[in-house]
Design a protein around this ligand. Structure first.
Ligand SMILES: *[C@@H]1O[C@H](CO)[C@@H](O)[C@H](O)[C@H]1NC(C)=O
Length: 543
């Protein structure tokens, strides 16, 4: 016997949204038999994933990381895979994950790096909370940029066409599967995925009602150059003045913290506002005769250049400065003495179509070439989001303040740009875009701070106060715009026990107002009331 239950389960306490469930059997059969009718699509499979199962990642290119990246599904899901042709020479590997208990919301997920890897972790996470979620390989396979070579259509998919395609077709697939359309549509992504979210609001403003754009790879052409510029500065590992990882994480990081940690009012190993940190490496220079625990003159210069904005000779900013304090993680890639592969591939396969281009020779000429090329308008640094705004769209962007791969100062630069070019006050931007600075967070996740804000399934309760996905839903559907985001830290031997901290909405900044502590004591206050978000009205913007 088929059992259909319709019930109104409170998604947020006290308010219900329609949710449909069916028995396991009926759902599994409906899934197996499902054949979406979509033009220019090759149906691949429809697979029933019972709760607790880990998806077999048959489409995950070996360079995307091994199996297990999806995690176990937390509720029954119908997984549908298709290949969507976007042009004669390009197409998108597409998946829709359709949960049995559906909250009637549609959600598209994003990608990372310059890669073509489906965000299985996000599909698992968002279906767990009832969203019908879609994802794609963003038009090419694997984490490298080889497929861009002599194929502008693949770049076009990467720049935004892929996401738009899966938004349009995904909504149709959802409607066919559930026999009714979605109520609201969302986008959820970080890093390249953050750029995709801002890009959707800019170019396809009606695709989503709510967008979560984390640590966004904005001003992408210049980001490519910024990431390329570290290798010629640091030099390869074997070069005489190469700064070893332990010097970055020891001597230099300690000095950054000595100079900047207490600007927010307390020495706790977390820099709340890296924009206020004007780090000067000269105290680290070796005094005459000394060679240990200090930097050579050349190394001091390397540190200064690494932590300065990238500019043209006339001072025009190409990209904002690296986040001081991110040394622990930046040693893995940007300070590693090796080319940053995403940038290398972009220059080789997109900008120059020259697979022999040498990343060690990167110069400002290359930066200008990347800036000017802007293929498929991949840049993503919009002057306005007027259509998105007038359509009622809402966006939350967040950025870790110890991001080791995309400096958070660039997201701040974009926010200021948006203010200036739309002649808006922060209060006016608040109507449709809110930016949260997440202290002590690395690139999209991790770090010594209270960085868990629901950007993945890592145990943030699904509540608007502390979960960015729940927050965007609450804003779009009930008009409750977030004023702050409560983060939780991870427990670790290095970073200490779990604590929580409220993160402020830009341009407010987080200031410690608790009891004074001895200047040299590194203490994490667990008392919420010790922190306050302050702004111009408090006479405290800047220093
Ligand atoms: C990605 O892989 C699929 C399936 O193997 C293939 O059809 C498609 O052409 C590949 N995409 C690119 C851009 O190479």
């Amino acid at each position: 016997m088929l059992v259909f239950k319709i019930y109104l389960a409170g998604f947020f306490a006290g308010q219900g949204f329609g949710q449909t469930t069916a028995s396991d059997d009926e759902f599994a059969k409906r899934c197996a038999a499902f054949r979406p009718r979509i033009d220019n699509a090759n149906f691949e499979f429809a697979e029933y994933l019972p709760s607790g199962k880990t998806a077999d990642l048959k489409y995950r290119d070996a360079t995307c990381g091994g199996p297990g990246a999806s995690g176990k599904v937390a509720q029954d899901v119908c997984r549908v895979a298709m290949y969507l042709k976007t042009s004669v020479r390009s197409g998108v590997q597409f998946e829709a994950w359709l949960p049995k208990t559906w909250n009637q919301r549609f959600l598209a997920t994003g990608n990372g790096g310059i890669g073509g890897c489906i965000g299985y972790g996000d599909l698992t996470y968002t279906t767990q909370h009832g969203f019908a979620a879609v994802g794609s390989n963003n038009g090419h396979n694997g984490s490298t940029g080889n497929s861009f070579y002599h194929n502008p259509a693949v770049v076009d998919d990467f720049a935004g066409n892929s996401l738009h395609t899966i938004a349009v077709i995904g909504k149709d697939v959802v409607k066919q599967f559930y026999s009714k359309p979605h109520s609201k549509s969302y986008y959820f992504g970080c890093s390249q995925g953050g750029r995709q979210g801002v890009g959707a609001a800019e170019k396809y403003a009606k695709d989503f009602d709510g967008i979560v754009a984390g640590s966004p790879a904005l001003d992408f052409n210049n980001l490519i150059s910024w990431r390329a510029h570290f290798f010629p500065i640091t030099g390869p590992k074997a070069s005489p003045d190469f700064i070893k990882p332990e010097v970055w994480t020891g001597l230099i990081h300690d000095e950054v913290m000595r100079q900047c940690d207490a600007i927010d009012g307390v020495r706790d190993g977390i820099i709340e506002s890296p924009d206020l940190c004007k780090f000067d490496p000269t105290p680290l220079a070796c005094k005459s005769g000394a060679t240990a625990n200090c930097l050579s003159t050349k190394q001091v210069d390397i540190v200064r250049r690494v932590l300065s904005p990238l500019t043209y000779d006339d001072g025009t900013v190409i990209y904002s400065a690296m986040n001081p304090g991110s040394e622990m993680r930046a040693i893995d890639r940007l300070y590693s003495g090796q080319p940053f592969t995403d940038s290398r591939d972009w220059f080789r396969y997109v900008i120059y179509s020259d697979p022999t281009w040498d990343p060690f020779k990167f110069s400002l000429k290359d930066a200008a070439a990347s800036r000017d090329a802007n293929p498929s308008n991949v840049k993503t640094f919009p002057d306005n989001l007027d259509t998105f705004k007038s359509n009622g769209g809402k966006m939350i962007t967040y950025h870790g303040q110890q991001d080791q791969q995309i400096t958070s100062l660039n997201t701040q630069r974009w926010y200021e740009h948006l203010m200036a070019s739309t002649r808006s006050t922060p209060a006016q931007l608040d109507e449709y875009i809110r930016f949260f600075r997440i202290s002590g967070m690395g690139h999209c996740a991790g770090g010594p701070g209270a960085w868990k804000i629901g950007q993945s399934s890592s145990a943030s309760p699904f509540e608007p106060e502390s979960n960015v996905l729940a927050a965007i839903v609450d804003w779009v559907e009930k008009g409750n715009a977030p004023e702050s985001l409560m983060g939780s830290s991870a427990a670790s031997a290095v970073d200490g026990p779990v604590f929580q901290r409220k993160h402020c909405k830009y341009p407010k900044r987080n200031v410690y107002r608790g009891a004074k502590r001895p200047d040299d004591a590194v203490v994490r206050s667990t008392n919420m009331g010790d922190w306050q978000c302050v702004g111009v009205e408090d006479g405290l913007i800047g220093l």
